[in-house]
Design a protein. Structure first.
Length: 190
């Protein structure tokens, strides 16, 4: 197993532990979390036991149920706060089912309001989020490379390299790349 795979497995285990802790802290059963998130009880159980790796869609649904951003969840699965984050120390998570990678460039911290995420989506990929993890979450998305379609509040925006889309998230959203073009972007969230 390569070093990167070992690191990603460790991140998946910490995410699973954090998700279970969030559920238990709220006094929710697996059935209650399944009802709130739309993720089956069996899948939740397997996820909490690190028997499966979470998908982007699954984490989106769970974060919405808990009322936290994916970045906040990733931060909760990490240790400590460092003012300087070298690229080599930034947490990277990949969805095993689709061509999606996210890097916590500047993860959330208790004393800082914003965060920065770098995302990479492969060609012909679509990611749908059922709802916002936090109503009114402010996004500033800068497309660094490729092409990306983002749908927010029923409006689709086609972005090319260098474009910036600014919005507040209140409901469903989606990210999609054309069949032969990938995308790499930064999202600044407040």
């Amino acid at each position: 197993m390569e070093e990167q795979e070992i690191l990603e497995d460790a991140v998946d285990r910490r995410i699973a532990q954090r998700l279970k802790a969030l559920r238990v802290d709220r006094g929710w059963s697996l059935d209650e979390l399944a009802g709130r998130s739309g993720v089956s009880r069996a899948t939740l159980s397997r996820l909490e036991n690190s028997a499966i790796s979470p998908t982007t869609s699954m984490l989106g649904k769970l974060c919405a149920a808990f009322g936290i951003t994916l970045s906040r969840l990733m931060h909760m699965a990490e240790d400590g706060f460092a003012p300087l984050l070298r690229r080599s120390a930034q947490t990277v998570w990949s969805d095993p089912e689709i061509s999606f990678r996210r890097r916590a460039v500047s993860p959330p911290a208790q004393t800082l309001a914003g965060e920065v995420i770098e995302g990479e989506i492969g060609p012909g990929t679509r990611i749908d989020y059922d709802r916002s993890p936090k109503q009114g979450l402010e996004h500033h998305l800068v497309l660094l490379e490729g092409q990306l379609e983002i749908t927010v509040a029923g409006t689709t925006h086609e972005l090319k390299a260098g474009d910036c889309l600014r919005y507040q998230l209140f409901g469903p959203s989606s990210f999609a790349t054309p069949k032969r073009v990938s995308a790499r972007y930064l999202i600044f969230m407040v």
